[in-house]
Write a protein that binds this ligand. Structure first.
Ligand code: ADP
Length: 449
Protein backbone atom coordinates (compact mmCIF):
# COMPACT_ATOMS: atom_id res chain seq x y z
CA UNK A 1 0.00 0.00 0.00
CA UNK A 2 1.14 3.54 -0.68
CA UNK A 3 2.27 5.18 2.56
CA UNK A 4 2.07 8.94 2.06
CA UNK A 5 -0.34 10.65 -0.32
CA UNK A 6 0.14 14.19 -1.60
CA UNK A 7 -3.17 15.74 -2.60
CA UNK A 8 -2.66 17.95 -5.64
CA UNK A 9 -5.84 19.89 -5.10
CA UNK A 10 -7.75 22.17 -2.73
CA UNK A 11 -11.21 22.72 -1.30
CA UNK A 12 -13.73 20.04 -0.48
CA UNK A 13 -12.13 17.38 -2.68
CA UNK A 14 -8.78 17.73 -0.91
CA UNK A 15 -10.62 17.14 2.37
CA UNK A 16 -12.44 14.19 0.86
CA UNK A 17 -9.12 12.52 0.01
CA UNK A 18 -7.51 13.39 3.37
CA UNK A 19 -10.47 11.78 5.15
CA UNK A 20 -10.11 8.52 3.21
CA UNK A 21 -6.35 8.46 3.88
CA UNK A 22 -6.88 9.02 7.59
CA UNK A 23 -9.28 6.10 7.79
CA UNK A 24 -6.71 3.94 5.98
CA UNK A 25 -3.81 5.03 8.20
CA UNK A 26 -2.03 6.73 5.29
CA UNK A 27 -0.09 9.97 5.88
CA UNK A 28 -1.16 13.07 3.94
CA UNK A 29 0.54 16.09 2.41
CA UNK A 30 -1.48 19.17 1.44
CA UNK A 31 -0.21 21.59 -1.18
CA UNK A 32 -1.52 25.12 -1.45
CA UNK A 33 -1.10 28.52 -3.02
CA UNK A 34 -0.36 31.65 -1.00
CA UNK A 35 -4.11 32.45 -1.23
CA UNK A 36 -4.92 29.19 0.55
CA UNK A 37 -2.64 29.40 3.58
CA UNK A 38 -5.66 29.31 5.92
CA UNK A 39 -7.58 26.70 3.95
CA UNK A 40 -9.06 23.71 5.74
CA UNK A 41 -7.16 21.12 3.68
CA UNK A 42 -3.89 22.66 4.87
CA UNK A 43 -5.03 22.41 8.49
CA UNK A 44 -6.24 18.82 8.24
CA UNK A 45 -3.31 17.25 6.41
CA UNK A 46 -0.29 15.93 8.32
CA UNK A 47 2.07 18.21 6.41
CA UNK A 48 1.75 21.02 3.91
CA UNK A 49 3.84 22.66 1.22
CA UNK A 50 3.26 26.06 -0.37
CA UNK A 51 3.49 25.78 -4.15
CA UNK A 52 3.48 29.43 -5.16
CA UNK A 53 1.30 32.45 -5.93
CA UNK A 54 -2.52 32.33 -6.20
CA UNK A 55 -2.86 31.88 -9.97
CA UNK A 56 -3.54 28.19 -10.62
CA UNK A 57 -0.83 28.02 -13.28
CA UNK A 58 1.75 29.05 -10.67
CA UNK A 59 0.46 26.71 -7.95
CA UNK A 60 -2.07 23.89 -8.42
CA UNK A 61 -1.08 23.42 -12.06
CA UNK A 62 2.66 23.76 -11.46
CA UNK A 63 3.92 20.24 -12.15
CA UNK A 64 7.55 20.92 -11.22
CA UNK A 65 6.55 22.42 -7.86
CA UNK A 66 4.27 19.47 -7.08
CA UNK A 67 6.96 16.90 -7.90
CA UNK A 68 9.42 18.82 -5.69
CA UNK A 69 6.83 18.80 -2.90
CA UNK A 70 6.64 15.00 -3.21
CA UNK A 71 10.40 14.73 -3.02
CA UNK A 72 10.74 17.06 -0.04
CA UNK A 73 8.04 15.28 1.96
CA UNK A 74 8.70 11.75 0.78
CA UNK A 75 5.18 11.31 -0.58
CA UNK A 76 5.03 8.13 -2.67
CA UNK A 77 1.66 8.80 -4.29
CA UNK A 78 -0.40 11.70 -5.63
CA UNK A 79 -4.17 12.03 -5.65
CA UNK A 80 -5.20 14.67 -8.19
CA UNK A 81 -8.86 15.16 -7.11
CA UNK A 82 -10.93 16.57 -9.97
CA UNK A 83 -10.12 19.56 -12.20
CA UNK A 84 -6.55 20.97 -12.13
CA UNK A 85 -4.13 18.17 -13.15
CA UNK A 86 -6.55 15.27 -12.78
CA UNK A 87 -6.80 14.68 -16.52
CA UNK A 88 -3.34 15.84 -17.51
CA UNK A 89 -1.46 12.96 -19.16
CA UNK A 90 1.85 14.81 -19.06
CA UNK A 91 1.57 15.08 -15.28
CA UNK A 92 1.13 11.31 -15.07
CA UNK A 93 4.16 10.77 -17.33
CA UNK A 94 6.30 13.01 -15.09
CA UNK A 95 5.15 11.20 -11.94
CA UNK A 96 5.89 7.84 -13.60
CA UNK A 97 9.39 9.04 -14.44
CA UNK A 98 9.90 9.94 -10.78
CA UNK A 99 8.46 6.61 -9.57
CA UNK A 100 5.62 8.37 -7.78
CA UNK A 101 2.27 6.55 -7.92
CA UNK A 102 -0.51 8.45 -9.65
CA UNK A 103 -3.85 7.55 -8.07
CA UNK A 104 -5.75 7.29 -11.31
CA UNK A 105 -5.55 5.69 -14.76
CA UNK A 106 -2.53 5.50 -17.07
CA UNK A 107 -1.35 8.56 -18.96
CA UNK A 108 -2.29 6.82 -22.20
CA UNK A 109 -5.89 6.27 -21.16
CA UNK A 110 -6.15 9.89 -20.04
CA UNK A 111 -4.75 11.02 -23.40
CA UNK A 112 -7.13 8.79 -25.32
CA UNK A 113 -10.25 9.99 -23.51
CA UNK A 114 -9.09 13.62 -23.26
CA UNK A 115 -9.36 13.95 -27.01
CA UNK A 116 -13.08 13.58 -27.60
CA UNK A 117 -12.70 12.63 -31.24
CA UNK A 118 -10.36 9.70 -30.55
CA UNK A 119 -12.43 8.81 -27.47
CA UNK A 120 -15.61 8.58 -29.51
CA UNK A 121 -13.92 6.45 -32.16
CA UNK A 122 -12.47 4.13 -29.55
CA UNK A 123 -15.63 3.58 -27.51
CA UNK A 124 -17.64 2.98 -30.68
CA UNK A 125 -15.16 0.26 -31.55
CA UNK A 126 -15.66 -1.15 -28.01
CA UNK A 127 -19.41 -1.45 -28.55
CA UNK A 128 -20.67 1.67 -26.79
CA UNK A 129 -23.45 3.59 -28.62
CA UNK A 130 -22.46 7.17 -29.59
CA UNK A 131 -24.30 10.33 -30.70
CA UNK A 132 -24.59 10.36 -34.51
CA UNK A 133 -22.20 12.92 -35.96
CA UNK A 134 -19.21 13.76 -38.13
CA UNK A 135 -16.63 11.16 -38.88
CA UNK A 136 -13.92 12.68 -36.69
CA UNK A 137 -12.62 16.25 -36.99
CA UNK A 138 -14.33 18.72 -39.31
CA UNK A 139 -11.79 20.98 -41.00
CA UNK A 140 -13.70 23.48 -43.12
CA UNK A 141 -16.98 25.34 -42.90
CA UNK A 142 -18.03 23.72 -46.22
CA UNK A 143 -17.58 20.27 -44.67
CA UNK A 144 -19.39 21.43 -41.54
CA UNK A 145 -22.40 22.49 -43.62
CA UNK A 146 -22.34 19.17 -45.44
CA UNK A 147 -22.35 17.26 -42.11
CA UNK A 148 -25.19 19.46 -40.84
CA UNK A 149 -27.27 18.65 -43.91
CA UNK A 150 -26.40 14.95 -43.80
CA UNK A 151 -27.20 14.25 -40.15
CA UNK A 152 -29.95 16.87 -40.08
CA UNK A 153 -30.11 20.14 -38.12
CA UNK A 154 -30.00 21.07 -35.31
CA UNK A 155 -26.42 20.02 -34.63
CA UNK A 156 -23.79 20.86 -32.05
CA UNK A 157 -20.25 21.92 -32.94
CA UNK A 158 -18.01 20.65 -30.14
CA UNK A 159 -14.36 21.10 -29.22
CA UNK A 160 -12.34 17.90 -29.26
CA UNK A 161 -10.38 19.08 -26.20
CA UNK A 162 -13.54 20.51 -24.63
CA UNK A 163 -14.46 20.58 -20.97
CA UNK A 164 -16.74 22.53 -18.69
CA UNK A 165 -19.17 23.11 -21.54
CA UNK A 166 -16.82 25.46 -23.36
CA UNK A 167 -16.32 25.51 -27.12
CA UNK A 168 -19.82 24.13 -27.79
CA UNK A 169 -22.11 25.88 -30.30
CA UNK A 170 -25.51 24.94 -31.66
CA UNK A 171 -26.41 25.40 -35.35
CA UNK A 172 -30.01 25.10 -36.62
CA UNK A 173 -29.32 25.77 -40.32
CA UNK A 174 -26.53 26.47 -42.83
CA UNK A 175 -26.34 30.17 -41.95
CA UNK A 176 -26.03 29.46 -38.23
CA UNK A 177 -23.43 26.81 -39.02
CA UNK A 178 -21.06 29.37 -40.57
CA UNK A 179 -21.08 31.35 -37.35
CA UNK A 180 -21.14 28.34 -34.97
CA UNK A 181 -18.22 26.64 -36.70
CA UNK A 182 -15.90 29.62 -36.46
CA UNK A 183 -16.84 30.65 -32.91
CA UNK A 184 -16.54 27.10 -31.59
CA UNK A 185 -13.11 26.84 -33.19
CA UNK A 186 -11.82 30.13 -31.85
CA UNK A 187 -13.28 29.46 -28.38
CA UNK A 188 -11.64 26.05 -28.36
CA UNK A 189 -8.32 27.53 -29.45
CA UNK A 190 -8.47 30.18 -26.72
CA UNK A 191 -9.61 27.81 -23.95
CA UNK A 192 -7.67 24.64 -24.78
CA UNK A 193 -4.98 25.66 -27.27
CA UNK A 194 -6.52 23.22 -29.76
CA UNK A 195 -9.04 24.28 -32.40
CA UNK A 196 -10.10 20.78 -33.48
CA UNK A 197 -13.91 20.51 -33.55
CA UNK A 198 -16.40 17.81 -34.46
CA UNK A 199 -20.13 17.80 -35.02
CA UNK A 200 -22.91 15.91 -33.29
CA UNK A 201 -26.65 15.70 -33.68
CA UNK A 202 -28.16 18.08 -31.11
CA UNK A 203 -30.49 16.04 -28.98
CA UNK A 204 -33.61 18.04 -28.15
CA UNK A 205 -34.89 16.39 -24.97
CA UNK A 206 -32.25 14.10 -23.51
CA UNK A 207 -31.38 13.41 -19.93
CA UNK A 208 -27.73 13.27 -18.84
CA UNK A 209 -27.07 9.82 -17.40
CA UNK A 210 -23.59 8.64 -16.55
CA UNK A 211 -22.28 5.24 -15.55
CA UNK A 212 -19.68 4.89 -12.79
CA UNK A 213 -17.12 2.18 -13.43
CA UNK A 214 -14.28 0.78 -11.39
CA UNK A 215 -11.45 -1.50 -12.51
CA UNK A 216 -8.38 -2.95 -10.83
CA UNK A 217 -5.07 -3.91 -12.42
CA UNK A 218 -6.00 -7.62 -12.33
CA UNK A 219 -8.77 -7.46 -14.92
CA UNK A 220 -11.66 -7.12 -12.47
CA UNK A 221 -14.28 -4.58 -13.47
CA UNK A 222 -17.64 -3.53 -12.04
CA UNK A 223 -20.13 -0.78 -12.74
CA UNK A 224 -21.67 1.08 -9.82
CA UNK A 225 -24.87 2.13 -11.51
CA UNK A 226 -25.80 5.50 -12.88
CA UNK A 227 -26.11 9.10 -11.83
CA UNK A 228 -28.69 11.39 -13.37
CA UNK A 229 -27.19 14.86 -13.88
CA UNK A 230 -29.89 16.38 -16.07
CA UNK A 231 -30.20 19.60 -14.10
CA UNK A 232 -27.61 21.81 -15.74
CA UNK A 233 -26.91 25.44 -16.42
CA UNK A 234 -24.59 26.30 -19.30
CA UNK A 235 -23.75 22.59 -19.65
CA UNK A 236 -22.58 22.57 -16.02
CA UNK A 237 -24.18 20.25 -13.49
CA UNK A 238 -26.16 21.84 -10.67
CA UNK A 239 -27.90 18.87 -9.02
CA UNK A 240 -27.25 15.14 -9.32
CA UNK A 241 -28.94 12.01 -8.10
CA UNK A 242 -28.74 8.24 -8.06
CA UNK A 243 -30.49 6.17 -9.19
CA UNK A 244 -32.12 7.88 -12.18
CA UNK A 245 -35.92 7.87 -12.11
CA UNK A 246 -36.05 6.88 -15.79
CA UNK A 247 -34.07 3.62 -15.66
CA UNK A 248 -35.42 0.31 -14.44
CA UNK A 249 -33.25 -2.58 -13.22
CA UNK A 250 -33.11 -4.22 -16.64
CA UNK A 251 -32.04 -1.02 -18.44
CA UNK A 252 -29.43 -0.37 -15.74
CA UNK A 253 -28.06 -3.85 -16.06
CA UNK A 254 -27.94 -3.65 -19.88
CA UNK A 255 -26.01 -0.41 -20.09
CA UNK A 256 -23.86 -1.39 -17.10
CA UNK A 257 -22.84 -4.57 -18.84
CA UNK A 258 -22.01 -2.80 -22.12
CA UNK A 259 -19.88 -0.25 -20.30
CA UNK A 260 -18.05 -2.66 -18.02
CA UNK A 261 -17.23 -4.99 -20.91
CA UNK A 262 -15.83 -2.04 -22.87
CA UNK A 263 -13.78 -0.86 -19.88
CA UNK A 264 -12.39 -4.34 -19.37
CA UNK A 265 -11.40 -4.63 -23.02
CA UNK A 266 -9.78 -1.23 -22.82
CA UNK A 267 -7.60 -2.47 -19.94
CA UNK A 268 -8.59 0.59 -17.93
CA UNK A 269 -7.62 0.96 -14.27
CA UNK A 270 -9.16 3.03 -11.50
CA UNK A 271 -12.51 4.78 -11.35
CA UNK A 272 -14.06 6.41 -14.39
CA UNK A 273 -17.34 7.75 -15.63
CA UNK A 274 -18.86 7.12 -19.00
CA UNK A 275 -21.26 9.94 -19.79
CA UNK A 276 -24.33 9.52 -21.95
CA UNK A 277 -27.27 11.47 -23.19
CA UNK A 278 -30.42 9.38 -22.86
CA UNK A 279 -33.43 9.94 -25.08
CA UNK A 280 -36.38 7.71 -26.01
CA UNK A 281 -34.89 4.76 -24.17
CA UNK A 282 -31.54 4.98 -25.97
CA UNK A 283 -28.06 5.84 -24.69
CA UNK A 284 -25.66 8.05 -26.66
CA UNK A 285 -22.05 8.36 -25.42
CA UNK A 286 -20.74 11.91 -25.11
CA UNK A 287 -17.48 11.55 -23.17
CA UNK A 288 -15.55 9.61 -20.58
CA UNK A 289 -14.08 11.25 -17.47
CA UNK A 290 -10.96 9.46 -16.30
CA UNK A 291 -11.09 10.70 -12.71
CA UNK A 292 -13.20 10.94 -9.60
CA UNK A 293 -16.18 13.19 -10.26
CA UNK A 294 -17.66 15.98 -8.17
CA UNK A 295 -20.91 14.02 -7.88
CA UNK A 296 -19.32 10.71 -6.82
CA UNK A 297 -20.88 10.85 -3.31
CA UNK A 298 -24.39 10.00 -4.55
CA UNK A 299 -22.99 6.70 -5.83
CA UNK A 300 -21.22 6.13 -2.50
CA UNK A 301 -24.46 6.68 -0.62
CA UNK A 302 -26.44 4.07 -2.55
CA UNK A 303 -23.64 1.47 -2.80
CA UNK A 304 -21.97 1.93 0.59
CA UNK A 305 -18.54 2.06 -1.10
CA UNK A 306 -15.80 4.63 -0.44
CA UNK A 307 -14.61 5.47 -3.95
CA UNK A 308 -11.46 7.25 -2.81
CA UNK A 309 -10.44 4.28 -0.68
CA UNK A 310 -11.01 2.07 -3.72
CA UNK A 311 -8.90 4.38 -5.87
CA UNK A 312 -6.03 4.19 -3.40
CA UNK A 313 -6.29 0.40 -3.13
CA UNK A 314 -6.29 -0.01 -6.91
CA UNK A 315 -3.31 2.34 -7.34
CA UNK A 316 -1.48 0.22 -4.75
CA UNK A 317 -2.06 -2.86 -6.90
CA UNK A 318 -4.77 -4.45 -4.77
CA UNK A 319 -7.67 -6.41 -6.16
CA UNK A 320 -11.27 -5.25 -5.95
CA UNK A 321 -12.73 -6.98 -2.92
CA UNK A 322 -16.21 -7.23 -4.45
CA UNK A 323 -17.71 -8.45 -7.69
CA UNK A 324 -20.60 -7.11 -9.72
CA UNK A 325 -22.92 -9.53 -7.95
CA UNK A 326 -22.00 -8.00 -4.58
CA UNK A 327 -23.08 -4.51 -5.64
CA UNK A 328 -26.52 -3.68 -4.31
CA UNK A 329 -28.21 -0.37 -4.83
CA UNK A 330 -30.07 0.79 -1.79
CA UNK A 331 -32.20 3.90 -1.36
CA UNK A 332 -31.79 7.19 -3.14
CA UNK A 333 -29.26 10.01 -2.93
CA UNK A 334 -29.16 13.57 -4.25
CA UNK A 335 -26.49 16.27 -4.30
CA UNK A 336 -26.90 20.06 -4.39
CA UNK A 337 -23.86 22.03 -5.51
CA UNK A 338 -23.80 25.04 -3.21
CA UNK A 339 -21.79 27.72 -4.99
CA UNK A 340 -20.60 31.16 -3.91
CA UNK A 341 -22.79 32.84 -6.50
CA UNK A 342 -25.88 34.96 -6.64
CA UNK A 343 -28.76 32.49 -6.99
CA UNK A 344 -30.44 34.54 -9.74
CA UNK A 345 -27.60 36.02 -11.79
CA UNK A 346 -24.92 33.42 -10.94
CA UNK A 347 -22.38 36.21 -10.51
CA UNK A 348 -19.51 34.89 -8.35
CA UNK A 349 -19.56 36.06 -4.74
CA UNK A 350 -16.19 35.32 -3.17
CA UNK A 351 -15.21 36.79 0.20
CA UNK A 352 -15.49 36.29 3.93
CA UNK A 353 -17.92 33.74 5.32
CA UNK A 354 -18.85 35.47 8.56
CA UNK A 355 -20.86 32.56 9.90
CA UNK A 356 -21.08 28.95 8.78
CA UNK A 357 -23.22 26.13 10.05
CA UNK A 358 -23.45 22.75 8.34
CA UNK A 359 -26.66 20.75 8.56
CA UNK A 360 -26.68 17.32 10.15
CA UNK A 361 -28.96 14.52 11.17
CA UNK A 362 -29.99 11.28 9.55
CA UNK A 363 -29.07 10.99 5.87
CA UNK A 364 -27.25 14.33 5.64
CA UNK A 365 -23.65 14.68 4.45
CA UNK A 366 -22.02 18.05 3.83
CA UNK A 367 -18.75 17.83 1.90
CA UNK A 368 -17.21 21.27 2.27
CA UNK A 369 -13.95 22.94 3.21
CA UNK A 370 -15.72 26.06 4.48
CA UNK A 371 -15.79 27.35 8.05
CA UNK A 372 -16.87 30.54 9.82
CA UNK A 373 -14.14 33.14 9.30
CA UNK A 374 -12.92 31.54 6.07
CA UNK A 375 -12.57 33.78 3.08
CA UNK A 376 -13.32 32.25 -0.32
CA UNK A 377 -10.54 33.39 -2.63
CA UNK A 378 -11.57 34.77 -6.03
CA UNK A 379 -8.98 32.72 -7.94
CA UNK A 380 -10.64 29.32 -8.15
CA UNK A 381 -14.04 27.72 -8.73
CA UNK A 382 -17.00 28.90 -6.70
CA UNK A 383 -18.02 25.62 -5.04
CA UNK A 384 -18.59 26.15 -1.30
CA UNK A 385 -19.75 22.64 -0.66
CA UNK A 386 -21.89 19.73 -1.70
CA UNK A 387 -25.01 18.96 0.27
CA UNK A 388 -25.57 15.24 -0.15
CA UNK A 389 -28.79 13.68 1.07
CA UNK A 390 -29.66 10.03 1.47
CA UNK A 391 -33.15 8.61 1.91
CA UNK A 392 -35.05 5.40 1.36
CA UNK A 393 -36.61 6.90 -1.76
CA UNK A 394 -36.57 10.13 -3.75
CA UNK A 395 -39.47 11.71 -1.85
CA UNK A 396 -37.74 11.12 1.45
CA UNK A 397 -34.56 12.67 0.00
CA UNK A 398 -36.37 15.81 -1.07
CA UNK A 399 -38.13 16.16 2.27
CA UNK A 400 -34.78 15.82 4.02
CA UNK A 401 -33.10 18.17 1.55
CA UNK A 402 -35.63 20.86 2.44
CA UNK A 403 -34.96 20.69 6.16
CA UNK A 404 -31.18 20.43 5.63
CA UNK A 405 -31.18 23.55 3.42
CA UNK A 406 -33.10 25.23 6.18
CA UNK A 407 -30.38 24.34 8.71
CA UNK A 408 -27.47 25.31 6.47
CA UNK A 409 -26.10 28.78 7.26
CA UNK A 410 -23.57 30.53 5.04
CA UNK A 411 -23.48 34.22 5.98
CA UNK A 412 -21.44 37.06 4.55
CA UNK A 413 -21.48 35.98 0.92
CA UNK A 414 -24.16 35.06 -1.57
CA UNK A 415 -24.82 31.41 -2.28
CA UNK A 416 -27.03 29.24 -4.45
CA UNK A 417 -29.03 27.95 -1.44
CA UNK A 418 -32.14 29.93 -2.59
CA UNK A 419 -31.97 28.23 -5.99
CA UNK A 420 -32.49 24.82 -4.39
CA UNK A 421 -35.22 26.15 -2.09
CA UNK A 422 -37.07 27.41 -5.16
CA UNK A 423 -36.47 24.22 -7.09
CA UNK A 424 -38.17 22.29 -4.28
CA UNK A 425 -41.30 24.30 -5.05
CA UNK A 426 -41.25 23.41 -8.75
CA UNK A 427 -43.48 20.54 -9.80
CA UNK A 428 -41.16 19.22 -12.52
CA UNK A 429 -38.35 19.02 -9.99
CA UNK A 430 -40.47 17.04 -7.56
CA UNK A 431 -41.56 14.58 -10.22
CA UNK A 432 -38.13 14.51 -11.93
CA UNK A 433 -39.94 15.28 -15.16
CA UNK A 434 -37.24 17.17 -17.04
CA UNK A 435 -34.46 17.04 -19.63
CA UNK A 436 -31.05 18.76 -19.76
CA UNK A 437 -32.57 21.99 -21.14
CA UNK A 438 -35.30 22.31 -18.52
CA UNK A 439 -33.38 24.17 -15.78
CA UNK A 440 -32.29 27.04 -18.03
CA UNK A 441 -35.81 27.55 -19.35
CA UNK A 442 -37.21 27.42 -15.84
CA UNK A 443 -34.61 29.96 -14.63
CA UNK A 444 -35.52 32.28 -17.50
CA UNK A 445 -39.24 32.03 -16.80
CA UNK A 446 -38.86 32.47 -13.06
CA UNK A 447 -36.70 35.58 -13.54
CA UNK A 448 -39.42 37.13 -15.76
CA UNK A 449 -42.22 36.55 -13.30
P1 ADP B 1 -17.91 19.04 -21.47
O1 ADP B 1 -16.72 18.15 -21.49
O2 ADP B 1 -17.61 20.43 -21.92
O3 ADP B 1 -18.66 18.97 -20.18
P2 ADP B 1 -19.81 17.17 -22.72
O4 ADP B 1 -19.63 16.53 -24.03
O5 ADP B 1 -19.65 16.32 -21.51
O6 ADP B 1 -18.88 18.48 -22.63
O7 ADP B 1 -21.25 17.81 -22.67
C1 ADP B 1 -21.68 18.61 -21.58
C2 ADP B 1 -23.18 18.84 -21.67
O8 ADP B 1 -23.50 19.49 -22.91
C3 ADP B 1 -24.02 17.58 -21.65
O9 ADP B 1 -24.29 17.10 -20.36
C4 ADP B 1 -25.27 18.11 -22.34
O10 ADP B 1 -26.02 18.91 -21.46
C5 ADP B 1 -24.73 19.01 -23.42
N1 ADP B 1 -24.54 18.27 -24.70
C6 ADP B 1 -23.40 17.67 -25.12
N2 ADP B 1 -23.58 17.04 -26.31
C7 ADP B 1 -24.86 17.25 -26.66
C8 ADP B 1 -25.69 16.86 -27.80
N3 ADP B 1 -25.21 16.13 -28.80
N4 ADP B 1 -26.99 17.28 -27.81
C9 ADP B 1 -27.51 18.03 -26.79
N5 ADP B 1 -26.79 18.43 -25.71
C10 ADP B 1 -25.50 18.05 -25.63
Amino acid sequence: MVSKVLIANRGEIALRVIRACQEMGIATVAVHSTADEKAMHVRLADESVCLGPPAAKDSYLNIAAIVSACEITGADAVHPGYGFLSENAKFVDVLDAHHITFIGPTGDHIRLMGDKITAKDKVKELGIPVVPGSDGEVLTVEDAIKVGQDIGYPVLVKASSGGGGRGMKIARNDTEMKEAFSTARSEAKAAFGDDAVYIEKFLEKPRHIEIQVIADTHGNVAHLGERDCSLQRRHQKVFEEAPSTVLDDAAREDIGKIVSTAIKNLGYRGVGTVEFLYEDGKFYFIEMNTRLQVEHPVTEMITGLDLVREQIRIASGEKLNFTQADIEFQGHAVECRINAENAKTFTPSPGLISHYHAPGGLGVRMDSAAYGGYSIPPHYDSLIGKLIIYGRDRDECLMRMKRALNELVIDGIESTIPLFEELLEAEAFNTADYDIHWLENWLENSSES
